[in-house]
Design a protein around this ligand. Structure first.
Ligand code: TA6
Length: 287
């Protein structure tokens, strides 16, 4: 196992697996296995801390989307976690897995963000690669460090998975799950055993029971399991939305990505003063 750092990134490798994380947003930029990239990153993603990274695994906290009321209403879309510079805390385990941690608290936020969401909190983010099982785990601990104030939060790993061609992808594990569909502005229960993508998709699947798998040619390609994280957002911007995102390039890149986003976003997670929440996702590459 090796850990190398630059001013802006931390790279961990073990065996044939490697993960590269930008301190800004604690954003996983790359996860390779035998040099093969498993995540999608826009060619024009900003990596200089001027805006959230378009691709990899941006972190969404304490709000998913844009709240119109309540304590998170002043925050930008998807909150401040992905646009704050996290503190690298070091390595927490070695062979056969490699794990590193990042931390975020009010001391790491801009003055503006602190005013927008005035709570004392501690986030500890652990990224683990397991070369034997070809998995990447991202796990978050959220602590309410207040003496007496409770707070509510959303949390989500906004994962951009790389796929050979979206037209050949089928997503399994979502059948019979309630859906909040933001494209059709409707709610329904997913009927399809295999969900396919042939246009813009922006759906929150609520309380997903088990593994969500990206199948290519009827075989699992990448699969996502969750621990204490109930929802899965599925997003592909397709042509028009990709054209409208300045940092989404190449514009045809939507053919080679699908966001499968593990999170708790369909309802607020309430955290009492002094309490801690933990949850995470494990992505497995079926090479
Ligand atoms: O996770 C899906 C989503 O909420 C979409 O609605 C779309 O807005 C996407 O996130 C990207 O959001 P961003 O703020 O990164 O452009």
């Amino acid at each position: 196992m090796s850990v190398s750092q630059t001013d802006s990134t931390v790279t961990v490798s073990i065996g044939s697996s490697e993960v590269k994380i930008l301190r800004y947003g604690a954003t996983v930029l790359s996860w390779t296995i035998d040099g093969k990239e498993q995540l999608w990153l826009s060619e024009s993603a900003k990596l200089d801390g001027t805006k959230a990274v378009r691709g990899g695994i941006p972190l969404v906290f304490p709000v998913f989307g844009k709240a119109t009321e309540g304590p998170t209403a002043a925050l930008p879309q998807h909150g401040f976690a992905r646009t704050s510079t996290w503190e690298y805390l070091g390595q927490t385990s070695e062979k056969p897995v490699a794990a590193i941690q990042f931390g975020l608290g009010p001391e790491n936020l801009s003055e503006e963000a602190k005013k927008q969401w005035d709570y004392n909190f501690t986030l500890i983010y652990t990224v683990t690669i397991d070369d034997t099982n070809k998995t990447l785990e991202t796990r978050m601990s959220v602590e309410n460090a207040e003496q007496s104030k409770d707070f509510d939060f959303n949390i989500l790993f906004h994962t951009y998975l790389r796929v050979p061609e979206i037209a050949n992808v089928e997503v399994t594990g979502l059948q019979a799950v309630p859906v909040h569909d933001k494209v059709t502005v409707s709610k329904y229960v997913e009927q399809a055993a295999k969900v396919t993508v042939s246009g813009e998709v922006d759906r929150v699947y609520e309380n997903v029971p088990g593994t969500v798998s990206i199948d290519v040619d009827n075989k699992p390609y990448l699969s996502v399991t969750r621990d204490n994280v109930n929802d899965v957002v599925v997003w592909n911007p397709w042509t028009e939305k990709a054209e409208g995102l300045a940092d989404f390039t190449p514009k045809q890149g939507f053919h080679h990505m699908i966001c499968i986003e593990a999170g708790d976003v369909s309802k607020w997670q309430k955290l009492a003063a002094g309490a801690k929440w933990e949850g995470g996702q494990t992505i497995k590459a079926h090479l």
